[in-house]
Write a protein that binds this ligand. Structure first.
Ligand SMILES: Cc1ncc(COP(=O)(O)O)c(C=O)c1O
Length: 362
């Protein structure tokens, strides 16, 4: 059992409400509804016998595929069991004396720093500014901190910091001996990935560590593949020295290579997310009881403006086997906030209709 609550837990819901897990419409997990790419299915079926062997401990072929995909050299890549393993390893190694975490955000950074005995503070993304990151203000707050943690685009607020601004942040941080951790789990959902991703900065700055994975954009959270990008030899070596061997399985190592080379899936997904995000945004904007925040990712943060709570809305939707993320557990948010991701048109229409029924009006 995991002690931490995240979205995407279709199993608990199915058990509690008597559904089959596969019947739950999961708007909480932020996963591409196109599902596992056919190229990955083929790679798994054709290579199934590899399960009788250990994976390559160096993951050379997988790192080569990630290099071709991300442009970051293989020696600057570390692979792990989902982004989750790399978050855990990174914060064990870079145990901050004074971290600064842009909040509200994904809870694992704070949890990992805490369990390793590190110290950190919150930097508040302001609700009154619609959670838009204020880059100059962030830069002004770096002094005195040895680590800055940024999720980009940010979960749950959805907004991204663009690469020119990240460049300024990393450069200023370098002058002040501050390391930057950037979680790019959702970066591929941005219309123009290169305008946001800091992958191109890895070769220029050694105080930058990026994590990414294939769970969300490539619709394969069950494969558990994540990767870290950094030109800091010290960080990679220290992470490898405490990392368990073979945490990416032999079949995942092969399937992962297929995913990064599947250009067609990437193009289709990007076109789809753009269309569905626009559709949902237009629909949600019609609700006078809901404020929706702009997003660069595949999910929306919303605030309920009427007397209803997000937990009551979630309970209502669960009766129809629909799960959204009640965002009350995020620091600086409360029981008025909820997050949901973009699914296929049929699912999106169903959610909009049920929102209408719940609020009884636009
Ligand atoms: C921001 C963020 N980072 C990392 C993860 C973990 O992803 P993975 O499946 O790659 O471990 C999640 C999962 O929800 C996430 O939202």
């Amino acid at each position: 059992m995991s002690g931490v609550k995240h979205g995407g837990d279709i199993y608990s819901i199915a058990r509690e409400y008597g559904f089959k897990p596969e019947d739950v419409l999961d708007f909480s997990g932020n996963i591409n509804p196109l599902g596992m790419p056919e190229s990955v299915k083929r790679a798994i079926i054709e290579n199934i016998d590899i399960l009788s062997k250990y994976p390559d401990p160096e993951y050379l072929d997988l790192r080569q595929a990630i290099y071709e995909y991300s442009g970051v050299r293989p020696e600057n890549i570390i692979v792990g069991n989902g982004g989750t393993e790399l978050i855990s390893l990174f914060f064990k190694v870079l145990n901050p004396k004074s971290g600064l975490i842009l909040m509200p955000t994904y809870s694992e950074y704070e949890r990992e720093i805490r369990i390793n005995g590190g110290r950190y503070e919150y930097y508040r993304l302001k609700e009154e500014r619609d959670f838009v990151p204020e880059v100059d203000d962030i830069i002004n707050c770096i002094a005195g901190h040895d680590l800055l943690v940024i999720c980009n685009p940010n979960n749950p607020t959805g907004q991204a910091i663009y690469v020119e601004d990240m460049d300024r942040i990393v450069k200023e941080a370098k002058k002040r001996d501050c390391f930057i951790f950037v979680d790019e789990t959702y970066v591929e959902f941005v219309d123009d990935v290169n305008s946001v991703s800091s992958a191109g900065l890895v070769g220029r700055y050694d105080n930058l560590f990026i994590i990414r994975g294939i769970s969300k954009f490539f619709g394969t959270p069950g494969l558990r593949i994540g990767y870290g990008l950094t030109s800091s030899r010290e960080i990679i070596n220290n992470m490898l020295s405490i990392k368990d061997p073979w945490t990416v399985s032999s079949i995942a190592q092969v399937a992962g290579q297929a995913v990064f080379r599947d250009i067609n899936y990437q193009n289709v997904s990007r076109k789809w997310v753009k269309e569905e995000r626009a559709f949902i945004h237009n629909e949600i904007c019609r609700f006078t009881n809901i404020k929706v925040y702009d997003t660069d990712a595949n999910f929306f943060l919303c605030k309920i403006l009427s007397s209803h709570s997000a937990s009551a809305l979630r309970e209502y939707l669960l009766k129809y086997a629909i799960d959204i993320r009640d965002a009350a557990s995020f620091p600086y948010l409360n029981d008025k906030f909820f997050r949901f991701c973009v699914l296929d048109r049929k699912g999106n229409e169903k959610l909009i209709k049920l929102l209408y029924d719940f609020f009884q009006s636009y």
